[in-house]
Design a binder for this molecule. Sequence first.
Ligand SMILES: NC(=O)N[C@@H](CC(=O)O)C(=O)O
Ligand SMILES: [Zn+2]
Ligand SMILES: [Zn+2]
Length: 428
Amino acid sequence: MTVLIKGARVLGGDPADLLLDDGRIAAVGGRLSATGATVVDADGLVALPGLVDLHTHLREPGREDAETVETGSRAAALGGFTAVHAMANTDPVADTAGVVEQVWRLGRQSGLVDVVPVGAVTVGLRGERLAELGAMADSAARVRVFSDDGHCVADPALMRRALEYVKAFDGVVAQHAEEPRLTAGAQMNEGDLSARLGLTGWPAAAEEAVVARDVLLAEHVGARLHVCHVSTAGSVEILRWAKSRGVQVTAEVTPHHLLLTEAAAASYDPVFKVNPPLRTDTDVQALRAGLADGTIDAVATDHAPHAVEDKESEWAQARPGMLGLEQALSVVLETLVEPGLLDWAGVADRMAVRPAAIGRLDGHGRPLTPGEPANLLLLDPAARAVVDPAALASRSRNSPYAGRELPGRVVATFLRGEATVLDGKAQK
Ligand SMILES: NC(=O)N[C@@H](CC(=O)O)C(=O)O
Ligand SMILES: [Zn+2]
Ligand SMILES: [Zn+2]
């Protein structure tokens, strides 16, 4: 398949043509031509490397009523992603080579994005003994990211052993940083508002205590640590300190923690219930600044689809989590690009280059130059639209952006030269 993209602004630069052939970028230049090629008019569109998500819940196996590898992959492609890391908190848990290979195969079958399985750190996410990390790393799924996400690896000795173990194959432990003894029954951020609303609070210190502990462990062991969904200003400070000491730590922030605050909880609408909770405006500003200066390496969605019966209930009963894949890039435009905190190269770095490097993915997060794999997206930055949950490709509807107008529209996504999205529509 040969595709000729006409007049795209690569990383927001001057208009150029891109020729995609045989899965790769064959040429980039002023005015290209190719007989028999499918022509895509990209006038006014920005070309970026295909986005890479380090944190996606695809719910298969186990909760196919909320999402499947296929529906989640379609949502990802529509959001401009070409690779997603599928979290391990499925049923059964992805704690064996068999389960991660099954998820990896389902991703290949859908063909919409590269589905990269995350392996559990501990058996059954129970935090008691290590899962078969080496067997998952050696499997066809080539797992490099390990996480008990949804649960914290709270035992420091077990966390230390996990860090030592993954070092052998250049893996990384992605920690859901939450001291469980400080968050029993927690419903929202702890502060004046939680007191007023009568909801049990979730102190910032529950996150920061684990981030601080784990950067010290990573330094001691000399292994790679990744911190999932960083949500507080204090965590950003600890990460900045750890990086200045040369600790091999990376971190991600979600789109919702970049845009929304705890004020949303006053509605008692459980669509805004999430783990970690939405925080204060001071935290949001610190997260934006931390992402802009590179202290936070990546935007990761924590796309967490939930079935209606698990979400549309009383706040205290509802599961935590919200959708993210289809609006992630729009939220980054709104919170960082439009205010001038990040340019297009910065967006490519935080949403494709660095997440691909953390996951040790070859072929993603590469520059859009000849010879490279043709994984890219075309974005209309001038478009604006109101988010309609009914129009989402995800099988679930728990979008915190429902009814909100956001900038940017992904017009096309290409995975190894093949269009997975064209004219804003999924091709499979
Ligand atoms: N983020 C959430 O609130 N929920 C996630 C788990 C997690 O990321 O901790 C889920 O699996 O639903
Ligand atoms: Zn988590
Ligand atoms: Zn998660």
